[in-house]
Design a protein around this ligand. Sequence first.
Ligand code: UDP
Length: 485
Amino acid sequence: MNQLHVFFLPYLAYGHMIPTLETAKLFASRGVQTTMIVTPGFVEPVEKARKSGFNIGIHVMKFPPEESGLPHGITSDQISDDMLPKFLKSMDLLQEPLEKLLEEFRPDCLVADVLFPWATDAAAKFDIPRLIFHGTSFLALCASEHMRIYKPYKNVSSDLEEFVLPNLPHQLKFTGTQVPNFYREEIENELTKLLTKIKESEIRSYGVLFNSFYELEPDYADHYRKVLRRNSWHIGPLLLCNKGGEDYKAQRGKESAIDEHECLEWLNSKEPNSVVYICFGSIATFTTKQLHEIAKGLEISSQKFIWVVRKGKNQKEDGKENWLPEGFEERTKDKGLIIRGWAPQLLILENKATGVFVTHCGWNSMLEGVCSGVPMVTWPVFAEQFYNEKLVTDVLRIGVSVGNKQYKRKESEGIEREAIDMAIRRIMEGEEGSEMRSRAQEYKEKARKAVEEDGSSYTDLSALLEELRAYRLGVNTTKVNNCSI
Ligand code: UDP
């Protein structure tokens, strides 16, 4: 049988699950037999893909284990900081059931999320190549590797003093406060142990799959391959690879908290490029004070807006919302729409009325912004988001920063209304903003071309599939992963 069979193991968060499922769809559309290995909380999106005609198999692994004490069906967006160690431990327990499946089905390749470093050894037991699904940019991986090697935050006199990350293609500046404390202080805990294992497995695995395209970050794709000497394939933007209808776009991940038609009707009644869309992904939360400042910033900017507010624990008091300024919704009722919960983000970004995307720089959101040709106000809060910000502001020059310097996963705060107003108006008004908009439109076009037949991402996937076929026949084409710095 000539057909390749590939297993996909996504991490338990929507920001990881959505692009992994899109990768499986892409492989299936190129004639590969695909199987998603999921936990109970993520069966629904796979079933939806299967119902819409994608030939994708599914295996469900029990999670979390009973002894963990975690609630049934829990996903990472429901995890508080104190639950994190238990959650990470429970994820390790998935190795055994995965190995059973690998032994039984003997796929030709395992694509496993970067957060499962043990997947490389699990696959190696059965001589199956393991690819890492790294849902981020080439720039972010190059930058984090340089941060690890050079530790430039040690050479400044204060946490707020800027330093340049050495030896990258651009002069990218950061502050110590944008690098997590546990990392700078070299504290050993469950998370830092996991990060070390991830680094090791990145070097020992067969290679890395990027949801990116060459034309977006050529200097960093080259740097990753030629200087850091890692095997990789760029196959994105995945969201453009699988032609889905409006339904698919509206329902990526979870069900929307707003009727999509109502939302579109609202947008369609607005002028082109006149609406500010604000959304911070599926994990980050803000304090009540920060939400208040966002509301005030929007009000003084006088712009129309759609603002997505995730339900955080301190947004309600005695059943009442306490995070909106008095009378805000009444005053802005003709201008603004607040979505409490999950928004149909892709539909909103693709709508002509959307003029700027205020984003936390999660990689999926950034790609969605790029593919929609919308300039951005960048507001990173944690993970690799501070690196992704630099791609938008310093490299592509399709956005401006709101100025957050503080790494904080939950209950982030510190940005004042004036900074929000100014960043939004720099894009919505004036020459600088229209130049960013035209550059954003150029990247939208480049993204579309990358996934077309003979485009850079299409061809890179063809090369990978060819290599996997050769591997199956016993021709090992793997190059040695060996950092040259
Ligand atoms: N998303 C959405 N509606 C929301 C919030 C998020 O559709 O209200 C989607 C968004 O389009 C993106 C993903 O969830 O595809 C979030 O991933 P990202 O990498 O941007 O951020 P994370 O959630 O991992 O921080």
